[in-house]
Design a protein around this ligand. Sequence first.
Ligand code: MRU
Length: 364
Amino acid sequence: MSSEKRLNDYDTVSLSESGKHLVIIDQTLLPGELRYLKLRELEDIREAIYMLRVRGAPAIGVAAAIGLYVIADGLLEEGFSETPEFLEELRVRADYLADARPTAVNLRWAVDRMMEAAQSMAEEAPETITEELRKEALKIRDEDVDVCRRIGEHGLTVLRDGQGILTHCNAGRLATVRYGTATAPIYIGQENGYEFRVFADETRPLLQGARLTSYELAEAGIDVTLICDNMAATVLKNGWADTVITGADRVAANGDSANKIGTMGLAIIAKHFGIPFYIAAPTSTIDMDTADGSDIIIEERPGDEIRTMWYERPMAPEEAGTYNPSFDVTDHELITGIITEYGIAYPPFRESLAEIMRRKECEE
Ligand code: MRU
């Protein structure tokens, strides 16, 4: 595929025209190179998720769904013609895929939804089940676009034209199929003639804010200022941002929210300066089975991401230990509201999130 295309011309995650491949943007190469990867093998798809070639909670959910469909198609090619054996093989691969990253609940959510669709057709032939998986995966993708748009519309109600917004990591279009979650109100606002000034934390250690958020917002023509993570307090103290919005990888039933490491610190700073702190997340990120943040598994990543990555030479001696948690949990007491596709949940979150989930059930 052409590397001269603009990011905004494409969905972050899709199914190839032939229907044989999961297509993703290799986000590890951004912003220097816009390259698309066509993936079909289980190991390649899992590697792409683990290495953050595709990342962001909703995007890895959609990638896993489309990925599972192409894996099922591959099983047909390998000759799995008996349904029980086909489903068994698919289940093993689905679990392996879902374990690639533990914190973002969207990954397990999408895999479980695909396996439920497959299991509900246990009386059918593998070809029929595979066709159903194709439809389900595309449905999950289409829903993501719609859901993010609705998050944007709800989110826009708490913003005003001309204001400053601070965000962390990338909860943008690159973290979803289109629109993003934290960025959705910004994009929808832009469609409606709003002009925002966005501050993007660079987001150590993998620089999603620098490489991805500032890239996608700048390409979309949105005023974006990149700052190092340790500059956020100064920006908020200066009054340059009136609202903080981030995404989430898992929201517990009491509102505690796991998101990229550094989010908790940002929420504490926002509270100190009396600035509203919002989480923008689809209901697929809300995990009512997790009572509070202490039950959320936090992914730990290799120390070399801190020690050597991005540097021309190592910036720490090999003897130095490293601690590299990928996410932290922001206490619900620090969160002003959780913006979902069914409206904004406000404290007390146990009740308001339950109400949001009820609205979702009624619609389904
Ligand atoms: O490690 P990453 O890049 O997958 O982390 C992503 C985040 O923390 C996002 O903020 C979160 O997944 C929400 S994306 C809409």
